[in-house]
Design a protein around this ligand. Structure first.
Ligand code: MN
Length: 232
Protein backbone atom coordinates (compact mmCIF):
# COMPACT_ATOMS: atom_id res chain seq x y z
CA UNK A 1 0.00 0.00 0.00
CA UNK A 2 1.25 3.47 -0.85
CA UNK A 3 2.45 5.48 2.11
CA UNK A 4 0.88 8.92 1.56
CA UNK A 5 2.20 11.95 3.44
CA UNK A 6 -1.37 12.75 4.45
CA UNK A 7 -4.70 10.96 4.00
CA UNK A 8 -5.97 11.19 0.41
CA UNK A 9 -9.40 12.78 0.09
CA UNK A 10 -12.46 10.57 -0.18
CA UNK A 11 -13.17 10.08 -3.93
CA UNK A 12 -15.88 12.39 -5.29
CA UNK A 13 -19.08 10.52 -6.07
CA UNK A 14 -22.66 10.90 -7.22
CA UNK A 15 -25.83 9.17 -6.06
CA UNK A 16 -27.30 6.14 -7.82
CA UNK A 17 -31.06 5.89 -8.27
CA UNK A 18 -32.59 3.11 -6.20
CA UNK A 19 -29.34 2.26 -4.40
CA UNK A 20 -27.33 3.32 -1.39
CA UNK A 21 -24.14 2.70 -3.34
CA UNK A 22 -22.59 5.74 -5.02
CA UNK A 23 -20.84 6.07 -8.37
CA UNK A 24 -17.24 7.25 -7.97
CA UNK A 25 -16.41 10.18 -10.27
CA UNK A 26 -13.13 10.12 -12.17
CA UNK A 27 -13.31 13.11 -14.52
CA UNK A 28 -15.97 15.50 -15.77
CA UNK A 29 -16.17 16.41 -19.46
CA UNK A 30 -18.67 18.93 -20.82
CA UNK A 31 -19.78 19.54 -24.40
CA UNK A 32 -20.05 23.15 -25.50
CA UNK A 33 -22.96 24.37 -27.64
CA UNK A 34 -24.77 21.13 -28.45
CA UNK A 35 -28.18 22.68 -29.16
CA UNK A 36 -28.47 24.98 -32.19
CA UNK A 37 -30.66 27.58 -30.49
CA UNK A 38 -28.24 27.83 -27.56
CA UNK A 39 -25.25 28.22 -29.91
CA UNK A 40 -27.12 31.13 -31.51
CA UNK A 41 -27.89 32.76 -28.16
CA UNK A 42 -24.14 32.53 -27.38
CA UNK A 43 -23.46 34.39 -30.63
CA UNK A 44 -22.12 31.40 -32.57
CA UNK A 45 -23.07 29.60 -35.78
CA UNK A 46 -24.23 26.08 -34.83
CA UNK A 47 -23.78 24.60 -38.29
CA UNK A 48 -20.09 24.99 -38.90
CA UNK A 49 -18.50 23.98 -35.61
CA UNK A 50 -17.54 20.44 -34.59
CA UNK A 51 -18.19 19.63 -30.91
CA UNK A 52 -15.69 20.92 -28.39
CA UNK A 53 -15.13 20.01 -24.77
CA UNK A 54 -14.14 21.61 -21.51
CA UNK A 55 -13.68 20.02 -18.09
CA UNK A 56 -14.58 20.50 -14.47
CA UNK A 57 -12.82 19.08 -11.43
CA UNK A 58 -14.34 15.78 -10.22
CA UNK A 59 -14.82 17.27 -6.76
CA UNK A 60 -17.09 20.00 -8.18
CA UNK A 61 -20.01 17.51 -8.05
CA UNK A 62 -23.04 18.46 -5.97
CA UNK A 63 -26.01 16.21 -5.15
CA UNK A 64 -29.68 16.82 -5.75
CA UNK A 65 -31.29 18.97 -3.06
CA UNK A 66 -28.13 20.85 -2.13
CA UNK A 67 -28.11 24.43 -0.94
CA UNK A 68 -24.99 26.06 -2.36
CA UNK A 69 -23.47 29.44 -1.68
CA UNK A 70 -23.48 32.01 -4.49
CA UNK A 71 -19.99 31.46 -5.94
CA UNK A 72 -17.20 34.01 -5.63
CA UNK A 73 -15.90 36.41 -8.34
CA UNK A 74 -19.11 36.46 -10.41
CA UNK A 75 -22.05 38.79 -10.79
CA UNK A 76 -23.73 36.57 -13.41
CA UNK A 77 -24.14 32.94 -12.29
CA UNK A 78 -26.09 30.96 -14.91
CA UNK A 79 -27.98 27.65 -14.89
CA UNK A 80 -27.46 25.12 -17.71
CA UNK A 81 -29.75 22.08 -17.48
CA UNK A 82 -28.19 19.07 -19.21
CA UNK A 83 -28.32 15.30 -19.70
CA UNK A 84 -25.31 13.65 -18.04
CA UNK A 85 -23.83 10.36 -19.24
CA UNK A 86 -21.88 8.21 -16.76
CA UNK A 87 -19.25 5.95 -18.33
CA UNK A 88 -19.09 2.40 -16.97
CA UNK A 89 -16.63 0.81 -19.36
CA UNK A 90 -13.60 2.70 -20.60
CA UNK A 91 -12.00 2.80 -24.00
CA UNK A 92 -10.10 4.70 -26.66
CA UNK A 93 -11.35 5.42 -30.16
CA UNK A 94 -14.75 3.97 -29.35
CA UNK A 95 -16.93 3.50 -32.43
CA UNK A 96 -20.25 5.32 -32.31
CA UNK A 97 -21.98 1.98 -32.97
CA UNK A 98 -20.42 0.52 -29.80
CA UNK A 99 -20.61 3.66 -27.69
CA UNK A 100 -23.77 2.87 -25.74
CA UNK A 101 -22.21 -0.34 -24.38
CA UNK A 102 -19.74 1.93 -22.53
CA UNK A 103 -22.51 3.83 -20.72
CA UNK A 104 -23.30 2.95 -17.09
CA UNK A 105 -26.26 5.27 -16.77
CA UNK A 106 -27.80 8.70 -17.15
CA UNK A 107 -28.46 11.58 -14.80
CA UNK A 108 -29.74 15.13 -14.82
CA UNK A 109 -27.05 17.80 -14.51
CA UNK A 110 -26.76 21.52 -14.02
CA UNK A 111 -23.55 22.96 -15.51
CA UNK A 112 -23.36 26.06 -13.31
CA UNK A 113 -21.47 28.81 -15.09
CA UNK A 114 -19.93 32.13 -14.08
CA UNK A 115 -21.03 33.64 -17.40
CA UNK A 116 -19.26 36.98 -16.93
CA UNK A 117 -15.92 35.22 -16.36
CA UNK A 118 -16.53 32.81 -19.27
CA UNK A 119 -17.23 35.67 -21.69
CA UNK A 120 -14.27 37.72 -20.45
CA UNK A 121 -11.99 34.70 -21.00
CA UNK A 122 -13.49 34.07 -24.42
CA UNK A 123 -12.86 37.65 -25.53
CA UNK A 124 -9.24 37.51 -24.35
CA UNK A 125 -8.60 34.05 -25.82
CA UNK A 126 -7.96 32.68 -22.34
CA UNK A 127 -9.06 29.33 -20.83
CA UNK A 128 -12.66 28.95 -19.67
CA UNK A 129 -11.74 27.36 -16.34
CA UNK A 130 -12.66 30.24 -14.04
CA UNK A 131 -16.03 30.51 -15.76
CA UNK A 132 -16.82 26.80 -15.67
CA UNK A 133 -14.60 24.80 -13.31
CA UNK A 134 -15.27 26.28 -9.89
CA UNK A 135 -16.33 24.66 -6.61
CA UNK A 136 -19.87 23.18 -6.61
CA UNK A 137 -20.25 23.88 -10.35
CA UNK A 138 -21.22 20.34 -11.43
CA UNK A 139 -24.66 19.66 -9.98
CA UNK A 140 -25.59 16.03 -10.71
CA UNK A 141 -28.67 14.05 -9.74
CA UNK A 142 -28.84 10.30 -9.11
CA UNK A 143 -27.51 8.17 -11.96
CA UNK A 144 -30.13 5.83 -13.42
CA UNK A 145 -28.42 2.57 -14.45
CA UNK A 146 -29.11 1.87 -18.12
CA UNK A 147 -29.29 -1.87 -17.45
CA UNK A 148 -32.56 -1.04 -15.67
CA UNK A 149 -33.91 1.96 -17.51
CA UNK A 150 -32.36 1.61 -20.97
CA UNK A 151 -30.81 4.33 -23.10
CA UNK A 152 -32.16 7.81 -23.62
CA UNK A 153 -32.14 9.56 -27.00
CA UNK A 154 -35.25 11.74 -26.72
CA UNK A 155 -37.57 13.24 -24.15
CA UNK A 156 -38.33 16.64 -22.71
CA UNK A 157 -35.64 18.60 -20.87
CA UNK A 158 -36.69 21.67 -18.90
CA UNK A 159 -35.11 24.07 -16.45
CA UNK A 160 -37.27 26.04 -14.04
CA UNK A 161 -36.28 28.85 -11.70
CA UNK A 162 -38.69 29.40 -8.80
CA UNK A 163 -41.25 27.41 -10.79
CA UNK A 164 -40.94 29.48 -13.99
CA UNK A 165 -39.76 27.68 -17.14
CA UNK A 166 -36.45 29.06 -18.44
CA UNK A 167 -35.21 26.27 -20.73
CA UNK A 168 -37.37 23.81 -22.65
CA UNK A 169 -36.29 21.46 -25.43
CA UNK A 170 -36.09 17.82 -26.38
CA UNK A 171 -32.98 15.66 -26.05
CA UNK A 172 -33.41 14.76 -29.72
CA UNK A 173 -32.55 18.41 -30.50
CA UNK A 174 -28.91 17.75 -29.62
CA UNK A 175 -26.58 18.49 -32.55
CA UNK A 176 -24.26 15.63 -31.52
CA UNK A 177 -25.91 12.49 -30.12
CA UNK A 178 -24.63 10.62 -27.06
CA UNK A 179 -22.94 7.89 -29.17
CA UNK A 180 -21.28 10.54 -31.36
CA UNK A 181 -20.08 12.50 -28.32
CA UNK A 182 -18.54 9.37 -26.76
CA UNK A 183 -16.90 8.42 -30.07
CA UNK A 184 -15.41 11.88 -30.63
CA UNK A 185 -14.35 12.41 -26.99
CA UNK A 186 -12.61 9.01 -26.91
CA UNK A 187 -10.38 10.01 -29.81
CA UNK A 188 -8.94 12.74 -27.58
CA UNK A 189 -8.70 11.06 -24.17
CA UNK A 190 -8.97 7.57 -22.72
CA UNK A 191 -12.39 7.24 -21.18
CA UNK A 192 -12.56 5.29 -17.92
CA UNK A 193 -15.29 4.13 -15.54
CA UNK A 194 -16.61 7.04 -13.52
CA UNK A 195 -16.14 9.65 -16.21
CA UNK A 196 -19.15 11.95 -16.49
CA UNK A 197 -20.08 13.73 -19.70
CA UNK A 198 -22.34 16.78 -19.55
CA UNK A 199 -23.91 16.80 -23.01
CA UNK A 200 -24.70 20.49 -23.46
CA UNK A 201 -27.59 22.79 -22.65
CA UNK A 202 -30.58 24.05 -24.67
CA UNK A 203 -31.39 27.71 -25.22
CA UNK A 204 -32.70 29.83 -22.40
CA UNK A 205 -29.73 29.97 -20.05
CA UNK A 206 -30.03 32.76 -17.54
CA UNK A 207 -29.08 34.11 -14.14
CA UNK A 208 -29.51 32.62 -10.69
CA UNK A 209 -29.53 34.94 -7.70
CA UNK A 210 -29.35 34.27 -3.95
CA UNK A 211 -32.51 32.54 -2.75
CA UNK A 212 -33.37 31.05 -6.15
CA UNK A 213 -34.54 27.46 -6.43
CA UNK A 214 -33.47 25.91 -9.76
CA UNK A 215 -35.00 22.63 -10.95
CA UNK A 216 -33.96 20.68 -14.03
CA UNK A 217 -36.33 17.98 -15.31
CA UNK A 218 -35.65 15.27 -17.88
CA UNK A 219 -38.38 12.89 -18.94
CA UNK A 220 -37.67 9.51 -17.37
CA UNK A 221 -35.01 10.80 -14.97
CA UNK A 222 -37.09 12.84 -12.55
CA UNK A 223 -35.93 16.22 -11.26
CA UNK A 224 -32.79 17.87 -9.92
CA UNK A 225 -33.19 20.81 -7.55
CA UNK A 226 -30.55 23.24 -6.35
CA UNK A 227 -31.05 26.21 -4.05
CA UNK A 228 -28.73 29.19 -4.08
CA UNK A 229 -28.29 30.29 -0.48
CA UNK A 230 -29.89 33.58 0.41
CA UNK A 231 -27.93 36.62 1.52
CA UNK A 232 -27.16 37.14 5.19
MN1 MN B 1 -23.03 23.38 -20.47
Amino acid sequence: MTDFVFSPPVPPSVAVSGSKARLPVRRIFCVGRNYAAHAREMGRDPDREPPFFFTKPADAVVDDGAIIAYPPLTKNLHHEGELVVAIGQGGDNIAAEDALSHVWGYAIGNDLTRRDLQFAARELGRPWDWGKAFDNSAVCGPVHPCRQSGHIARGAIRTLVNGEIRQEADLSDMIWSVPEIIAILSTAVSLRPGDLIYTGTPAGVGPLVPGDRCTVEIQGLGTLTTTIAGQG
